[in-house]
Design a protein around this ligand. Structure first.
Ligand code: URP
Ligand code: ZN
Ligand code: ZN
Ligand code: ZN
Length: 463
């Protein structure tokens, strides 16, 4: 078929393969990977995008991205337009957001309320549903959600009184979700252990942001992961653990996978790069997230699991709060909004710290940030791979770009980045979304909001 765009001269990197190839695009889809210099199909005069010296990647898929996220009295500061603009500048062309019910709201209502916002996005998006409590309508709601293409369902074992689900609810939801071909994605921190640690900190007057690490011990995470793995096994359901912050937590999941379970670990960029020393710095509140940043040895141990395949995906856990919101409860992390802005920096931080600095293969990088998140969210092979038939979401990545992270050069709706001043190697230069050049040489070239809400199919399996 006639081509309308061709990316020439670059090195295509997919999860399992890399090599020199030109990428032909027609009507928003990849039509062919051809040998360099191959002629365009008869009769077409495609726009040429020069990728000489660059890597050509499938657009990043961020499996964990909170857009305009409300928690207690705080709502994070972006909307679909803002979040996806930052995403695309950073080389991510699909985000998976969360439809978290407000107190008293049904899971299905939360999905219906949020899915329309996708149309304001510069790129496509999908949704995770969320179950907090189980009642006699929940199973039917989950079926309706699956019918709308929402097949991943978020749960929490912490945040009591807000989004925490009890073990019965986790079990029943896992059973019902897996029956529809979907999967529970879960934040594991045993709430009783967290609350005890918080109480202890409170009794000593040590609740400020500088004490964040003590208020959410790693033990709470491993305890909850072990329990949830057992629940999943008891109902033969797949399970995906979000933002795992320690090698111990990842190893529990890897052991389950070796026993034949479908159990997966997500790490997020900040736990792979930043450590608890941030809490001793000038703005400790800017680094308050759950789970907290861990000791340096934990960060290194977690990072080693990127190389072995034990970590399946890398997300951002993007939450766009600004310093004023975080500082409001500077002296009490129990009331402070949790989470760090990161949708725009996910690829560059991981590439720089692990591909450029430590030799992680670029193919593995693509697997972690695009292919595996697409598979595990039922979006593959439409997303996460450059192959005929895939959506033409293409990142021209400059592997040699040296740059310094500055908030003012980023597009996230906040006044800080946790990576301020960090020198990075590697950066998205030009980004094609649905066959259109949306970012060209670092400048916004097409601001049209043509984002689509993506229905996810049955979630895939990784080895
Ligand atoms: O600190 C975090 N992660 N905040 C966002 C909510 C969550 O737990 O994912
Ligand atoms: Zn979480
Ligand atoms: Zn501050
Ligand atoms: Zn999160």
């Amino acid at each position: 078929s006639a081509a309308d765009l061709v990316v020439r001269g670059g090195t295509v990197v997919n999860a399992g393969w890399q090599g020199a190839a030109d990428v032909f695009v027609s009507a928003g889809r990849v039509t062919a990977l051809a040998e360099p210099g191959a002629p365009a199909p008869d009769g077409s005069r495609p726009e040429e995008v020069d990728a000489t010296g660059l890597l050509v990647l499938p657009g990043g898929v961020d499996p964990h991205c909170h857009v305009g996220f409300t928690s207690g009295e705080f709502t994070s500061l972006d909307d679909y337009r803002g979040c996806t603009t930052a995403a695309v500048f950073g080389g991510t062309t699909t985000i998976v957001d969360f439809a978290i019910p407000r107190p008293g709201q049904d899971p299905l209502e939360a999905v219906l309320e949020r899915r329309g916002a996708a149309a304001q996005g510069l790129c496509d998006s999908a949704l995770h549903g969320c179950v907090v409590t189980w009642d006699d309508t929940t199973e039917e709601q989950l079926r309706a959600m699956a019918g709308l293409g929402v097949s991943t369902v978020k749960m929490f074992t912490t945040y009591r009184g807000e989004t925490m689900a009890d073990e019965y609810t986790v079990l029943r939801t896992m059973k019902a979700v897996s029956a529809t071909g979907g999967m529970v994605v879960i934040h594991c921190e045993a709430d009783h252990i967290i609350e005890e640690a918080q109480e202890r900190s409170g009794a000593r007057g040590r609740t400020g942001a500088e004490h964040m690490g003590d208020t959410r011990p790693g033990l709470a995470e491993t305890a909850s992961v072990a329990e949830v793995l057992a629940i999943a096994e008891s109902v033969d359901a797949p399970v995906y653990f979000v933002h795992q912050s320690s090698p111990e937590a990842v190893e529990l999941v890897a052991a389950a996978r070796r026993r034949g379970r479908r159990a997966y670990s997500e790490a997020v960029a900040h736990h792979l790069v930043l450590d608890e020393s941030a809490y001793a710095g000038e703005h400790p509140e800017r680094f308050v997230c759950c789970p907290p940043l861990r000791p340096r040895a934990t960060v290194e141990g977690l990072g080693r699991h990127l190389f072995t395949g034990e970590i399946s995906t890398v997300g951002s856990d993007h939450c766009c709060y600004d310093t004023a919101q975080k500082e409001r409860y500077r002296h009490d992390v129990r009331a402070m909004p949790n989470g760090l802005p990161g949708v725009e920096t996910r690829l560059a931080v991981l590439y720089s710290e692990y591909v450029a600095a430590r030799g992680l293969p670029a193919t593995r990088f693509v697997e972690l940030v695009a292919a595996a998140p697409a598979r595990l969210n039922g979006l593959y092979p439409r997303k996460g791979v450059l192959a005929p038939g895939a959506d033409a979401d293409i990142v021209l990545w400059d592997p040699a770009a040296r740059w310094t992270v500055r908030t003012g050069d980023l597009h996230m709706a906040t006044d800080y980045t946790p990576y301020e001043g960090r020198e990075l190697t590697g950066r998205a230069r030009t980004v094609v979304v649905g066959g259109r050049v949306v970012v060209r040489d670092g400048e916004l070239a097409d601001p049209r909001p043509l984002g689509r809400n993506l229905p996810s199919g049955p979630v895939g399996t990784l080895h």
